[in-house]
Design a protein around this ligand. Sequence first.
Ligand SMILES: C[S@@+](CC[C@H](N)C(=O)[O-])C[C@H]1O[C@@H](n2cnc3c(N)ncnc32)[C@H](O)[C@@H]1O
Length: 81
Amino acid sequence: MKEITTKIIQGDCKDVLKTIDDNSIDLIVTSPPYADRREHTYGGIKPEKYVDWFLPISKELLRVLKPDETFILNIKERGVV
Ligand SMILES: C[S@@+](CC[C@H](N)C(=O)[O-])C[C@H]1O[C@@H](n2cnc3c(N)ncnc32)[C@H](O)[C@@H]1O
């Protein structure tokens, strides 16, 4: 039986992802901030800046995900202009 381990790492994903090895993750489920939302909660990201904000994060997500494994993205259409 394949051993499944769970570890919760709280922090800014831009910093936390750097601590995770290449090709080491089986499943990524992410619900990033929606553009122009929650300005007062976590700063909010302008729609026109969204791709530039998310691209470096998505590159890291691709780096840590094992080839042929699963990436689930929950996002609203406002995120991409
Ligand atoms: C759309 S909400 C996700 C809500 C969550 N799925 C739920 O059901 O409660 C986006 C979340 O991303 C978090 N967030 C914003 N910037 C972040 C970052 N740089 N690193 C990690 N989390 C971040 C926010 O704090 C917020 O909880």
